[in-house]
Design a protein around this ligand. Structure first.
Ligand SMILES: NC(=O)c1ccc[n+]([C@@H]2O[C@H](COP(=O)([O-])OP(=O)(O)OC[C@H]3O[C@@H](n4cnc5c(N)ncnc54)[C@H](O)[C@@H]3O)[C@@H](O)[C@H]2O)c1
Length: 342
């Protein structure tokens, strides 16, 4: 199978592309950045958020190789950053539109990366089943763009016969996710700070409960979706992919500290604007449709994630520097420069 993966230089894209290759498939990546983790698959460098008039061959008229299915992961994926830079959220929606037009014109099936953010933060349910999403509870520009993207996809299915699968992810962690100068994610940030003996701050306090998903579980669900939609077994479904269990962020931090053999110094702070503070997924639909079952609870995933982090850090000691959160418009826009070897 030939799979086009957008956002292939990112965390999920890199893990997914390598998994699809290991399964014997061809991957063609599109991203606006070069992949910093691997050169195992080709990446076309292209900004997918442009206003493109042409789609035959590829987005913007660029020649893509022939593919059988598209996995659209490209996005500005940081919720709080998009509260500060809402035009980035609009770009996320434009990227989805461009990918949809490409799929429509070549009659390709689409697998899309949505998020638990579409459920909002209203603490309405114990567990969130797929039909619980309601755009009246849109929490942030990031959620708005994912809801808009989903809505476009459902409209394309009705009007143009698009075949799709929408996956809603939740806090994916474990590998190819510690490029903090580009994008700070909470668990890799804790690994970085705790490994340096630094204090950590938990926004959302000790009541913030999230559904953390080990990356191989997430990628296994997407791969099953890619195969199912390509073979015509499953189409036009929206599916949660998470572990299906809530854990406090404090527990996650403590597990990391234990794994690193450090005594953590934790400051609790109010939640950041736009962030979801409670989410546990109902994952029965993924099991029913894709025979998928996550394998890695947090207590097993954190040791794996920390082991990967330590291996990567040992090979990249130049990254062992204090973390500074991007503040200026330019830093928010481009991230910090990658640390250079001392
Ligand atoms: N990782 C998670 O926990 C999580 C949770 C829910 C949803 N998601 C969604 O899954 C997808 C993948 O997430 P990720 O964690 O791998 O994010 P990521 O930031 O690591 O990867 C996204 C990639 O998209 C690329 N990109 C951004 N703007 C682009 C543009 N204009 N043109 C081309 N490429 C562009 C980035 O360069 C990056 O490599 C995203 O859509 C994200 O919103 C992720």
């Amino acid at each position: 199978m030939r799979v086009l993966v957008t956002g292939s230089s990112g965390q999920i894209g890199t893990n997914l592309a390598l998994r699809l290759q290991a399964d014997g498939h061809e991957v063609f990546g599109v991203d606006k950045r070069q992949n910093t983790w691997t050169d195992a698959f080709p990446t076309l460098l292209q900004d997918l958020a442009g206003h493109y008039p042409a789609f035959p061959g590829g987005i913007g008229g660029v020649e893509y190789p022939e593919v059988d299915v598209v996995v659209h992961l490209a996005a500005h994926a940081k919720v709080h950053q998009l509260v500060r830079q809402p035009h980035r959220a609009l770009e996320n929606a434009i990227m989805t539109f461009n990918v949809l037009e490409y799929c429509r014109q070549l009659a390709l099936p689409l697998v899309f990366s949505s998020t638990r953010e579409v459920y909002g933060d209203v603490h309405r349910f114990e567990e969130y089943a797929e039909e619980a999403a309601d755009f009246a509870f849109t929490e942030s520009p990031y959620s708005a763009a994912k809801i808009a993207s989903e809505a476009f996809i459902y409209a394309y299915a009705r009007c143009y016969g698009l075949n799709y699968l929408v996956f809603r992810f939740s806090n994916v962690y474990g590998r190819y996710d510690n490029d903090l100068w580009r994008m700070d994610r909470v668990l890799p940030l804790f690994m970085h700070q705790l490994s340096r003996g630094e204090p950590i701050t938990i926004f959302g306090g000790d009541e913030k409960v999230l559904d953390f998903t080990y990356v191989d579980d997430c990628v296994d669900g997407i791969a099953r979706g890619v195969y199912a939609i390509s073979e015509g077994r499953v189409a036009n479904e929206t599916i949660n992919l998470a572990y299906g269990q809530g854990n406090t962020l404090v527990r996650a931090a403590e597990l990391i500290a234990t794994e690193l053999s450090v005594e953590p110094t934790i400051t609790l702070a109010p939640s950041l604007l736009g962030e979801v503070t409670h989410y546990v997924a109902d994952i029965r639909k993924a099991h029913e449709l894709l025979d998928w079952q996550p394998q890695t609870p947090l207590a097993e995933g954190i040791p794996k994630g920390v082991a990967w982090f330590q291996e990567w850090r040992a090979a990249h000691p130049e990254e062992d520097k204090p973390f500074v959160r991007p503040q200026s418009a330019d830093e928010l826009e481009h991230g910090f420069k990658q640390p250079t070897p001392a």
